[in-house]
Design a protein around this ligand. Sequence first.
Ligand code: NAP
Length: 254
Amino acid sequence: MFESLQGCAAIVTGATRGIGLGIAKRFAEAGIQVLVVSRDQADADRVAAQIGAGAIGFAADVSDAAACQAMADAAMERYGRIDILAANAGIFPAAALAEMSVAQFDHVLTTNVRSSFLCTQAVLPYMKAHQFGRIILTSSITGPVTGFPGWSHYGASKAAQLGFMRTAALEVARDGITINAVMPGNIRTEGLEGMGEDYQAQMAAAIPTGVLGEVADIANAALFFATREASFITGQGLIIDGGQVLPESAAALQ
Ligand code: NAP
């Protein structure tokens, strides 16, 4: 149905766990060579070896401009092309608004939003040179659509990613480059498991389909955005949440 992505090259950030790992695996299954990025080189190497298909590990803190540039340069050096960027790395520590420090707020915004800007900016020259590129951000339902106590900084960061995306998509639209976002609901990842059993049970109960999402649910959507056939879709966010944002009240779930 879709033109093959065999031999394409992708950078996937936050690819050693959770959603990023799911995206990296799905891309590798489609024959895409993946630069597996996290801050931990050994972890990135381990995952690259596990997923195969020419994957290599690269350590970069995506909130750092020089590291993002080095990441894009490494992908070019290894693969000679960058077709796809999945800017997925993100953090979601909780802090009540009343007690939140400026440092906590800045850390979340820097890791989640500045990284979208830095990773995108680093790959653009290469994508423009080839007049082709697919950039996929991992946003969330939290912030753009919903709220959750303790996540005012996180929600702001995830909404900001979409604001960044819309203008960035316009600026590169004539260069064959699209920028879209996946907006996951509650997905079973190591990060989410860290929120505890109670949180996960509460979330599953709030999802019309009755279960948490799996990383493959997000990875499949990311793969679609990466295809050549998705060329007319840009600046869009796709909610993947089992219908979590739909109910008007608890009664709608009964
Ligand atoms: P996770 O399991 O905690 O994994 C996070 C990944 O990002 C790890 O590979 C981590 O590796 C990497 N990472 C963190 N900070 C980084 C940094 N500064 N530079 C480079 N890599 C970094 O997270 P997840 O649950 O899969 O979430 C991934 C993305 O999905 C995030 O953007 C999150 O906001 C979004 N999301 C998740 C859910 C969910 O239900 N899980 C829902 C909505 C949105 P190192 O720590 O080794 O660097």
